[in-house]
Design a protein around this ligand. Structure first.
Ligand code: PRP
Length: 194
């Protein structure tokens, strides 16, 4: 059952409002459990390193890592390209220098694949560091928006082209802490995008 939180009741932002729930918390939990079981089977006996893309990947990585029944390492990289609802077209990566992933099996954990630009940049950077294998696990996948097609091995949910917030995803740094995924309607949006 989806409860209405105080956060939802105070759902308007000077530049938009929460429109509807797209994926409720129970459905998220169940799918994350399934992904965890799949990854556990695929990476048995391998040296698995989860690389969480911050900030959006924080809640997904926290839950997914606990659904994986292996002694996985968890690392964090900051990847930023969006301002409001629009991609700047430039991805800034931070905290990547100290990553020790040479010869290890790396799974990039991403909250959403929208244009795919972030994945291209992070993949290139991690490849240079000599990972034994690289793969991607994305909670949300917007096929229609994909400008840079990329192989995503694990997908939680394929979604329509709407701007979403919650479970790590933000609008101007707000709403990351919603426990579910909601559609956010920006006041001035001409075309919806992540
Ligand atoms: C968002 C999201 C993904 C990326 C997806 O990050 O968390 O990392 O955009 O978009 P793309 O496929 O078009 O590259 P954002 O730049 O908003 O930073 P954040 O994670 O700190 O919110």
């Amino acid at each position: 059952m989806t409860r209405t939180t105080s956060l939802e009741r105070r759902s308007s932002h000077p530049h938009g409002r929460l429109e509807r729930t797209l994926i409720d918390a129970e459905t998220l939990e169940e799918r994350v459990r399934e992904l965890g079981a799949e990854i556990t089977a695929d990476y048995a006996d391998r040296d698995l390193v989860l690389v969480c893309l911050l900030k959006g990947g924080i809640y997904f990585t926290a839950d997914l890592s606990r659904a994986i029944d292996l002694p996985a390492a968890v690392e964090f990289v900051r990847a930023r390209s969006y301002a409001g609802t629009e991609s700047s077209g430039q991805v800034q990566l931070s905290w990547i220098d100290g990553l020790d992933i040479a010869g290890r099996d790396v799974l990039i954990v991403e909250d959403i694949v929208d244009t795919g630009l972030t994945l291209i940049e992070i993949w290139r950077a991690l490849e240079e560091k000599g990972a034994a294998s690289l793969a991607i696990c994305a909670l949300l996948y917007k096929e229609k928006r994909l400008a840079h097609p990329f192989p995503v091995r694990y997908i939680g949910f394929a979604i329509e082209d709407v701007f979403v917030v919650g479970y790590g995803l933000d609008y101007d740094e707000r709403f990351r802490n919603l426990p579910h995924i909601a559609v956010f309607q920006p006041e001035s949006a001409r075309s919806p995008s992540r």
